[in-house]
Design a protein around this ligand. Structure first.
Ligand code: NDP
Ligand code: OXD
Length: 312
């Protein structure tokens, strides 16, 4: 029997392009673009990125939904999502390497004073600063999952002292490990650059507020590549303006695109990028998801299933 798959995204062009990529790579399955109001096709699987909730009211016999990204916060927030539907997220799929580049860029920008040198250039100033030592820039990575663990390794390989914080205790060679709420303060207090790679869940929303950010070492720097709703924007800006933090590199925001009047656009100590730290790669995403559909069809187990209770 042919396996039926619906593909539902946030724009028609994006959805059609993904349907075509999946269809080219999996001959034994029938891939259909989902549209609101069309008759149900009785699909076995859904491939989704920010779909409309109506998808789950129309397609009642899905065996699983595959998310075309690592973060499932927007999918899990849909009221129409059945609570027992297995959700599969992308596991790395080429995003960790991109993320490691982005994070290393941010750390090196802060630790080598490249922001200051850019300002010096503007002012026509030739002004060398003293040498930096990696040991003076301990990096803390919140979230040691599929992406965070590889980023931690890359940062450690670049010579920075690295610690990670996760829900359960993790053992990673060369990385100091902290876990749970009871060890958060100790993790923050030893960190100067804080990298956020947590999923957005009820437990982690607003986690980067004044209380947590002020525990970082003085002159600290925030790199947020996870979700905008982790950060309390006013608290971050106040800590930068007070000098406790030297600045931030932000890729994700509560509202995206970032509203034109948001202070992040013009703050001299904040650098922003438009949610590009790690972009879903088509070949890797198609291959990983199609492989998992085949495994499920054979009755095998798969990794990357979202624990609905934990929210990631
Ligand atoms: P994973 O689910 O693989 O890892 C999540 C990590 O966070 C785990 O180590 C987990 O702990 C930890 N964690 C979860 N909840 C808590 C908590 N309450 N307290 C402490 N630690 C916690 O996620 P990925 O590495 O695949 O992705 C991380 C996030 O990165 C995504 O959710 C997404 O938001 C973001 N992202 C952003 C992109 C961008 O372009 N900006 C691109 C891709 C992802 P434990 O190990 O114990 O389970
Ligand atoms: C993701 C993202 O979660 O791109 O994959 O933000």
């Amino acid at each position: 029997m042919t396996i039926k798959v619906v593909v539902a995204g946030d724009t028609p062009q994006y959805t059609q392009a993904w349907r075509d990529r999946f269809a080219r790579a999996y001959e034994g399955a029938e891939f259909t673009v989902w549209a609101d109001g069309q008759p149900p096709i009785d699909a076995d699987y859904a491939i989704v990125w920010r779909p409309q909730g109506a998808l789950f009211r129309q397609e009642r016999h899905l065996k699983a939904a595959f998310n075309l990204g690592a973060g499932v916060d927007s999918l899990l927030s849909l009221p129409d999502l059945p609570s027992d539907l297995p959700i599969v997220r992308l596991e790395d799929a080429g995003m960790a390497l991109q993320m490691a580049d982005y994070v290393l860029h941010g750390i090196i920008h802060a630790s080598r004073g490249f922001g200051d040198y850019a300002a010096f250039q503007q002012a026509g100033r030739w002004s060398p600063m003293p040498a930096m030592r990696h040991r003076d820039w301990p990096v803390g990575i919140m979230g040691l999952g599929a992406i965070g663990s590889q980023v931690a390794r890359a940062v450690a390989n670049a010579g920075y002292p690295v610690a990670g914080w996760s829900r359960s205790a993790r053992q990673l060679q060369g990385i100091q490990s902290f876990s749970g709420a009871s060890q958060l303060d100790a993790f923050l207090q030893r960190s100067r650059v804080l990298v956020n790679l947590l999923p957005l869940t009820p437990d982690t929303e607003n986690i980067l507020d004044r209380q947590t950010l002020q525990k970082l070492k003085r002159g600290g720097y925030l790199i947020n590549v996870a979700r905008g709703a982790h950060v309390v924007d006013e608290d971050l800006l106040a800590l930068i303006d007070s000098g406790h933090l030297q600045g931030a590199l932000l890729d994700v925001f509560r509202t995206e695109p970032l509203p034109a009047d948001h202070p992040y656009w013009t703050h001299p100590r904040v650098r922003i990028t438009p949610h590009i730290a790690a972009i879903t790669l088509d070949e890797e995403a198609v291959q990983q998801s199609n492989k998992k559909i085949q495994l499920l069809e054979r009755g095998d187990t798969i990794t990357g299933l979202v624990a609905r209770g934990a929210g990631y």
